[in-house]
Design a binder for this molecule. Structure first.
Ligand code: PRP
Length: 208
């Protein structure tokens, strides 16, 4: 049995933010998120794996990693059997419905929706009484309404720059998103002490 704590980190911008937060909270971590080395170990003897943000939850559910840092958007979309432990209050953004046509949601009973989040998109439309056909894309979803692939998109809104640059607007805000600490259920039982130490560190109020 591996007693070392293994942590899934989302590659890219979010990894930098998570490491900055952990350092600020008093858990100094000396790994290099810019490196191409996908498995790194720090001086606490924690092992970090850099994975695609949307795959963090899979690594944790499968038990490859004991814990991970992931957006609440992925938790809602994937609906995996994991523990959600702490809201880090970073990576904050919103899930929205966006499009060109102001009143399309009011006037349509059927709609085509492009999204990286088919479950969230379908559920949001059903909740509004709209019958949605979902077009699953893996990125640049703003293209959907521009090229006639979809009527609207369900996607993340952070600065709003991407929507603005593509002449799209928010039609409806769905929910807030932030980064969460998650754990594999068996790991949480086996490595409870060390995981609880990390929860305590992350829960502490630290002045900015
Ligand atoms: C995300 C999201 C939007 C954009 C929103 O895409 O899907 O396109 O960021 O951010 P903004 O409101 O600050 O412009 P990402 O950058 O991850 O690229 P992708 O389209 O390849 O998924």
């Amino acid at each position: 049995m591996n007693s070392r704590l293994t942590i899934a980190l989302p590659k890219g911008r979010l990894a930098q933010q998570v490491l900055k937060k952990l350092n600020a909270q008093g858990l100094p971590i000396t790994i290099n998120p810019s490196s191409r080395v996908l498995i790194q170990t720090d001086e606490n003897n924690y092992e970090y794996m850099f994975v695609k943000p949307s795959d963090v939850i899979t690594y944790v559910e499968e038990g490859v990693c004991d814990i991970g840092f992931v957006g609440s958007d992925s938790i809602l979309e994937e609906r995996k059997d994991i523990y959600e432990l702490v809201d880090l209050k970073i990576g904050v953004c919103k899930m929205v419905i966006a499009g060109k046509d102001n009143d399309i949601l009011e006037k349509s009973s059927t709609i085509r929706v492009a999204s990286k989040y088919p479950y969230i998109a379908k559920t949001a439309c059903t909740d509004m009484g709209i019958n949605a056909t979902i077009v699953k894309l893996n990125g640049s979803v703003e293209l959907g309404p521009l090229v006639g692939l979809s009527d609207v998109i369900v996607d993340i809104y952070e600065t709003g720059n991407t929507l603005k640059a593509n002449n799209l607007q928010v039609l409806k805000e769905l929910f807030d998103i932030s980064t969460r600490l998650i754990a594999n259920k068996a790991s949480f039982r086996r490595k409870r002490q060390i995981i609880e130490r990390i929860i305590t560190i992350l829960d502490e109020e630290v002045s900015p």
